[in-house]
Design a protein around this ligand. Structure first.
Ligand SMILES: *Cc1c(COP(=O)(O)O)cnc(C)c1O
Length: 429
């Protein structure tokens, strides 16, 4: 397989772009080699500038759950383009989007639309602080909540991949109110509540997807909710990745927990930049113009992004692909495990709905420390062998693979064959 044109563009990109990428997860730092440049994508497939075709399990890190260029989304976006691109004033499409989100997410009466997951989360944190009149936030090691200062600490995949504990340029004062707990470790949370009486809230990924896929143990989220209630704090559930992914609505519904504030992003924009945060009326009424918490955005609720997001969500609702995702993920899991056994490679697979993640590690992965025991060198060999066999995966051990409803049976068969060849390459490396 040739990557000549990607190589050339990478060299050219280095001059005026930082590392030739606009998000560090796109750099191939963790797997060696240079990033591939993409020309186009359609359905389940993505094509690089050298004309190599891959089955896409990156899916723009989640948003493209219907696959690329879905007809319904394309038609709706084209229709919206005819009316203009941005008005700085309210449109009907924002109301439609808000209704879809509030109907789907338990306990959400009102929502504010923003332009990214990062924005959704840092606004939700501001809101929790405004509502409770307190400053401290508990976050979990290995969970990523976007790149706002106060949350860039022990923040999962991007930083883990680059072996950074946090980020330079974040003043100590910015993280002084961020308390770190361990995923699936209730005592580490209780400890903070015992030490501090000014905790505004807990923020969590209901299923972690940014330290690799890590599931909450039975009752963990419910216990967090109970702790919040007992201590006058709010539970902020960051569903930027998990929202609409494993069921229409959030992981909250699947897992039986109800957030005080929910953050959304990725899928709800259908490939365009959209984020959202929402809560019950009493909380959302704190937000300007109704209340005293300020948060704004020139392009928020952008009509083109709304068109893509609304049609993606409506299509998801009518396709209801979730049982199919479960089945496909199950097939991939058993193929990965069988192949690992055949080639004597240590492997643990975690999955939740359309998120699946093989760790090159022995034993269960239930938190960040266990995820970090993975053999990232083995992952790098596996990654490049998968590329050679026409499968596009995220270039990091600590990122989820995503499934889309455009996957065909032949894609899955091809993926399973590639898995076995790649596992063999790992064993022989
Ligand atoms: C991707 C992600 C974010 C950040 O969203 P951006 O749109 O990249 O700013 C926040 N939280 C979670 C759980 C995410 O997966």
């Amino acid at each position: 397989m040739k990557h000549t044109k990607s190589e050339r563009l990478y060299q050219e990109g280095l001059e005026h772009l930082v590392g030739a990428v606009n998000s560090p997860v796109r750099a191939f730092s963790a797997v060696g080699g240079n990033p591939l440049f993409i020309e186009r994508a359609d359905g389940s497939e993505i094509v690089d500038v050298d004309g190599n075709v891959y089955i896409d399990y990156v899916l723009s890190y989640g948003p493209m759950i219907l696959g690329h260029r879905h007809g319904r989304v394309r038609r709706n976006v084209r229709k919206a383009l005819r009316n203009g691109y941005s008005f700085g004033a309210s449109t009907k499409s924002e109301i439609r989007m808000a209704k879809i989100l509030c109907d789907a997410i338990p306990g959400m009466d009102k929502v504010r639309l923003v332009n990214s997951g990062t924005e959704a989360v840092f606004s939700a944190i501001r809101l929790a602080r405004a509502f409770t009149g307190r400053d401290k936030i508990i976050k979990f090691a290995g969970c990523y909540h976007g790149h706002a200062d106060s949350l860039l600490i022990a923040a999962g995949s991007g930083l883990a991949t680059l072996s950074l504990p946090g980020s330079k340029g974040v003043p100590e004062a910015a993280v002084a109110n961020t308390l770190i707990a361990n995923y699936n470790d209730l005592d580490s949370v209780k400890h903070h509540f015992a030490e501090h009486d000014d905790i505004a809230g807990i923020i969590i990924e209901p299923v972690a997807g940014n330290m690799g896929v890590v599931l909450p143990q039975d009752g963990f989220l419910q216990e967090l909710k109970t702790l919040c209630e007992a201590n006058g704090a709010l539970l902020i559930v960051d569903e930027v990745m998990t929202g609409f992914r494993s069921k229409f609505g959030g992981a909250q519904e699947v897992l039986g927990v109800e957030a005080d504030i929910t953050c959304l992003g990725k899928i709800i924009g259908g490939g365009f930049p959209v984020g959202a945060y929402g809560a019950r009326n009493e909380i959302m009424e704190m937000v300007a113009p109704l209340g005293e918490m300020y948060q704004a955005g020139t392009l928020s609720g952008n009509p083109i992004a709304m068109a893509a997001g609304i049609s993606t969500l409506l299509e998801l609702k009518s396709q209801n692909p979730y049982a199919g995702f479960e089945e496909t993920a199950g097939r991939l899991e058993s193929a990965l495990l069988k192949s690992a056994k055949r080639h004597k490679v240590d492997l643990t697979v975690n999955r939740f709905g359309s998120m699946i993640n093989p760790f090159f590690a022995k034993g269960a992965v239930t938190n960040f420390a266990e995820a970090q025991k993975s053999d990232t060198k083995k992952f790098a060999v596996f990654f490049w062998a998968m590329i050679e066999n026409g499968i596009f995966l995220p270039p990091s051990q600590f990122e989820s693979w995503f499934l889309c409803s455009a996957l065909r049976d032949e894609d899955i068969v091809k993926t399973i064959e590639a898995i076995d060849k790649s596992m063999k390459a790992v064993a022989e490396a």
